[in-house]
Design a protein around this ligand. Structure first.
Ligand SMILES: NC(=O)c1ccc[n+]([C@@H]2O[C@H](COP(=O)([O-])OP(=O)(O)OC[C@H]3O[C@@H](n4cnc5c(N)ncnc54)[C@H](O)[C@@H]3O)[C@@H](O)[C@H]2O)c1
Length: 210
């Protein structure tokens, strides 16, 4: 199926549609109207129609959306019909927590290896995922199929690590380090800053109090 250029705002909402549709499937729901989906997701039915119209032909008047079909189509659009191998740079608390979280694999993101400058961590495994020395990074990437690198190392080393990864061909960076990376246009960076979410909570709690 051909897709037109989809706006970033819509793409940002797709994982949420995907999650709800997955839940509906588990409940055995075969089809759903935009109205019902709107109630569940707490977004307007017109927003849903507008978003899903981007892909054409998913909804039918008086029939609603075919849950399974839509789930699989959105999965394809998000590239979730593929498997991505992931490496983790920085095998500390956060890196190990990500390695420990088996559920990413259900979505096709498979953590393969961790890398760290701390020689004491070398040889350790977390859920079967080994920690290697940063010295072995390029060799490992050359010899293994890796698409995404998670950066869970301190800010000070993040830019240099990203440079090495990009140079050796990594095009997807999941950045947890507290820094904004400068990368070429063909490199995709997703920044995850939990503290920013907390600040948004803080803002909303502070404004409620007033
Ligand atoms: N984005 C977020 O939401 C979020 C949340 C928690 C922590 N963090 C950040 O993530 C980073 C990791 O947090 P943590 O709690 O796991 O810290 P940690 O100290 O437990 O782990 C950091 C690891 O990185 C390794 N390291 C240091 N320099 C390196 C380098 N140049 N190359 C490879 N490995 C290197 C260290 O040896 C250590 O094992 C911190 O910088 C922290 O600020 C971000």
């Amino acid at each position: 199926m051909e897709h037109r250029e989809i706006s970033r705002a819509v793409i940002k909402r797709l994982p949420r549609y995907y999650r709800y549709l997955g839940e509906l499937m588990q409940e055995g729901v075969e089809r759903i109207s935009s109205g019902e989906l709107s109630k569940r997701m707490q977004i307007t039915a017109s927003q849903i129609r507008q978003d899903l119209n981007n892909f054409g032909g998913f909804g039918q008047q008086g029939y609603g959306y075919n849950v399974k079909y839509l789930y699989h189509e959105i999965g394809k659009i998000l590239g979730l019909d593929k498997t991505y191998n992931l490496i983790i740079i920085g095998a500390g608390n956060l890196g190990q927590a990500i390695a420990n979280y088996a559920n990413f694999e259900r979505r096709g993101f498979v953590a393969k290896a961790m890398f760290d400058t701390n020689s004491q961590l070398k040889g350790k495994t977390v859920r079967g995922i080994p920690v290697y020395s940063m010295d072995d990074l390029e060799d490992y990437i050359r010899n293994n199929d890796v698409q995404i690198a998670a950066l869970t190392l301190p800010k000070a080393g993040a830019e240099a690590a990203a440079k090495r990864l990009i140079k050796i061909g990594i095009r997807g960076i999941w950045n947890f380090a507290h820094t904004d990376l400068r990368v070429p246009d063909d490199v995709v960076v997703e920044n995850v800053h939990l503290s920013e979410s907390l600040m948004r909570i803080s803002y909303r709690l502070s404004n409620q109090e007033e």
